[in-house]
Design a protein around this ligand. Structure first.
Ligand SMILES: [Fe+2]
Ligand SMILES: [Fe+2]
Length: 251
């Protein structure tokens, strides 16, 4: 299992519990283990482009606003700005949603279509749920909410290909095969293999440092579990809507 060194053995113990929750997520979510299809991939782009903007320009910033540790607060804002404004480190100065739009154009979507897309009901429901889990919460629960799904992009969680390469590493492989795409076209996934190690380490390190001191161990583990339950429903909703989309158009 992936491990981030904790600052103490109690810190390591809480990280091990978070890692176990992420490991379970990687093993159980249907979206990871069922076949990727053109309909599912297209629906993922249509929804995830909106989702990353909602999470990084609204939800995660509320967590930053509640964070009293100045360095951690700036790290959250820096990660959000890579996602929604410009990533100079991994994305050649583009925001992650822009890189995702480029991928969308390679799998049969137009820019107009992507920009006109509305959240499907399951996505809207996920935003409501995350609103409850990320606003007006202790910042340590919030930072777990910010970073727990990015954590599954780090290799080491779940078995098989997802365990070897991380979630987006696996998607890079299967989207490449499905659509016959080269590495350049699949940059969205590749950039996350690096960026999300950094983004999620930030959350895991903050928890290792502060959760024990603030007696928040059980609360952060439960926050991780609940946030990933929402991610599971979000992804299953994309799968269902993607299957419906797939039937209605040429693949
Ligand atoms: Fe991203
Ligand atoms: Fe990220």
């Amino acid at each position: 299992m992936a491990n981030t060194p904790g600052s103490s053995s109690a810190g390591s113990a809480v990280i091990a519990r978070l890692d176990a929750v992420v490991d379970d997520f990687a093993r159980r979510v249907r979206f990871f283990h069922e076949d990727m299809t053109p309909g599912r991939a297209r629906m993922f782009v249509l929804q995830h482009r909106q989702n990353t903007r909602q999470r990084n320009s609204v939800l995660k910033l509320r967590v930053a606003a509640n964070c009293p540790d100045w360095e951690t607060r700036l790290n959250i804002i820096r990660a959000c700005s890579e996602e929604v404004i410009a990533d100079h480190e991994h994305g050649g100065g583009r925001a992650h949603w822009q890189v995702l739009e480029q991928l969308g154009t390679r799998i049969g979507l137009t820019l107009d279509e992507m920009r006109a897309a509305r959240p499907i009901d399951s996505t809207a429901l996920a935003w409501c749920a995350w609103e409850g889990l990320m606003s007006n919460r202790h910042w340590l629960e919030g930072i777990v909410a910010n970073t727990c799904a990015e954590r599954v992009n780090v290799p080491g969680y779940g078995g098989g290909i997802i365990g070897e390469r991380g979630w987006f590493g696996m998607e890079r492989l299967r989207w490449g095969k499905l659509f016959g795409l080269d590495d350049d076209a699949l940059e969205f996934f590749e950039l996350h293999e690096e960026a999300d190690i950094a983004h999620s380490n930030m959350g895991w390190n903050a928890v290792a440092r502060f959760a024990v001191e603030q007696r928040m161990e059980d609360a952060v583990v439960e926050a991780c579990r609940m946030n990933l339950v929402v991610w599971e429903h979000y992804l299953n909703g994309i799968a269902a809507a993607g299957d419906a989309l797939g039937h209605g158009r040429a693949l």
